[in-house]
Design a protein around this ligand. Structure first.
Ligand SMILES: [Ca+2]
Length: 484
């Protein structure tokens, strides 16, 4: 037995030596996604009433994107673009899918190769933790779409303290969690449980190149946080914001757990960590003054669902100690789908096989090796193109947020709050940018995701009217047959 142990130790030692000789130079990749977090609600973006020491530590160790954008002003489509590395309209993902594990047609196009699958091809072990929201049936399951491991929930959100398996199936926020497709639960506060699982993934895979997607549902509604954390924010008068602050605080603590585990396992220096929100913070609306989570997007205009910057410009950081400068701000526009190309190219993977990734590898720009700007033009689309926006690399933005209104033009570097519409002065610019947007849109396809509320209505219509009619037909046919 002793001899065997010695043999084992010797083999382990040799394995370590060999591993040292062929030291991995490709970075590990960690993408941490917040949900509905306001642009102004991180310390590195100026928050003073909410404390985010771990996000700030991450920001100080890397690059803060002051003009970092997500691809859509709400959850599902934004995540689809992030993971596909392509504009989500290329494959018809323009709405939030309703949670329906029995519907194999409601989710991200099976022909899209998500970027973790491209990392798997070059030897990365890939894990996902948290919110999925890209379809709940088998064709859309993370394990079938490039992830070796997934722990979390497949719908668009979750209660932070409980699971209720007796709740109706479409009550996605109370579903059980899954770990590699097996039923799972969570202990305590969900954000912490997800963070703990992310840490365990890192501890299991720190000896090999890995990719980890930590998709928090925080600080998305429901507004729930541990009482003791809410108590830390007694200085915030607004009760909703007090809870929201505690949710951000808990998420920040989770980010700290993830960073600490990278340090503890000695892989922090060669791990590229992205942090961003999937869309801007939701704000009260004239027709729904209670809407929102009391987030702040200041000084941006609007919030979640808007194509003004409050809906799409988000807290956004990249940190890779051995590969990127530290303590830098990058002001030129970048977008969430850049993450996929950056990760795949740094991993030595294939970013160009069809469907090719559309983003830009940001690393050379952040190191100052590539001069100029990463993007000439960025695009957004909603409601099949009735709402749209286009942004130039210089920060001129043309936007139709309300389909009933004419395109507006803002120059963001000197009007970050989109207060002064310059469209009447620069009519030629409106025409040019609209033409550019149409050229981009020509390669898009129609939306294939039935919006959640429409989906419920269609189901209700089907069962309440169509089914009643078919039942009547069935019985009348039976009666008629029995008479013959
Ligand atoms: Ca969201």
């Amino acid at each position: 037995m002793k001899a065997l142990t010695k043999k084992f130790l010797l083999a382990s030692l040799l394995a370590c030596v060999v591993a040292e000789c062929v030291a991995e130079t490709r970075p590990n990749i960690v993408v941490i996604l917040a949900d509905d977090m306001g642009y102004a609600d991180a310390g590195f973006n100026g928050a003073t009433d909410i404390r985010t020491p771990n996000l700030d530590r991450l920001a100080e160790s890397g690059v803060v994107f002051t003009s970092g954008y997500c691809n859509h002003p709400f959850c599902g489509p934004s995540r689809a673009a992030l993971l596909a590395g392509r504009y989500q309209h290329r494959f018809g993902f323009e709405h939030n899918p309703h949670y329906d594990p029995g519907n194999p047609h409601l989710g991200i196009d099976p022909n899209e190769k998500l970027f973790p699958a491209r990392l798997q091809e070059v030897g990365y072990t890939t894990g996902g933790v948290g919110k999925w929201h890209l379809g709940a049936a088998a064709p859309f399951n993370p394990l079938n779409r490039g992830f070796n491991y997934f722990y979390g929930f497949l719908g668009g959100g979750h209660d932070y303290f409980r699971i209720d398996l007796s709740a109706p199936l479409d009550t996605a926020y109370l579903t059980g969690l899954v770990r590699n497709n097996k039923p799972a639960g969570f202990e305590g506060y969900l954000t912490t449980a997800l963070s703990r699982d992310a840490v365990e993934f890192i501890e299991r895979h720190c000896g090999e190149p890995f990719f980890l997607y930590v998709a928090y549902n925080a600080p998305h509604s429901p507004l729930q946080a541990p009482a003791e954390t809410i108590a830390k924010y007694g200085h915030i008068v607004d009760e909703k914001r007090r809870v929201y602050a505690a949710m951000v605080d808990e998420m920040d603590r989770g980010v700290g757990m993830v960073i600490d585990s990278l340090e503890r396992t000695h892989v922090r220096d060669n791990t590229l960590v992205f942090f961003l929100s999937d869309n801007g913070g939701p704000q009260p609306m004239s027709w729904n003054p209670n809407y929102g989570n009391s987030s702040s997007n200041a000084p941006l205009r609007g919030g979640k669902t808007n194509l003004y910057d409050g809906g799409i410009r988000v807290p956004f950081v990249a940190s890779w100690p051995v590969g990127l400068p530290a303590g830098k701000k990058f002001d030129q526009p970048v977008i969430a789908l850049d993450i996929a190309r950056t990760a795949v190219e740094l991993a030595g993977g294939d970013a160009d096989s069809e469907p090719a990734l559309e983003g830009v590898n940001l690393a050379p720009f952040l190191r100052g090796e590539s001069l100029g700007k990463p993007h000439d033009l960025l695009y957004w689309r909603d409601l099949g193109g009735a709402r749209w926006a286009i942004l130039t690399g210089e920060g001129t933005k043309c936007v139709v947020d309300d389909p009933r209104r004419a395109p507006e033009v803002y120059h963001l570097p000197n009007d970050i709050g989109e207060t002064t519409d310059r469209s009447s002065e620069v009519g030629h610019e409106v025409a040019r940018l609209r033409a550019c947007w149409r050229t981009w849109d020509a390669a898009n396809t129609g939306n294939r995701i039935v919006p959640a509320h429409d989906y419920q209505r269609l189901q209700a219509d089907f069962f309440q009217s169509t089914a009643t009619a078919s039942e009547a037909d069935w019985h009348s046919e039976r009666e008629s047959n029995s008479r013959h």
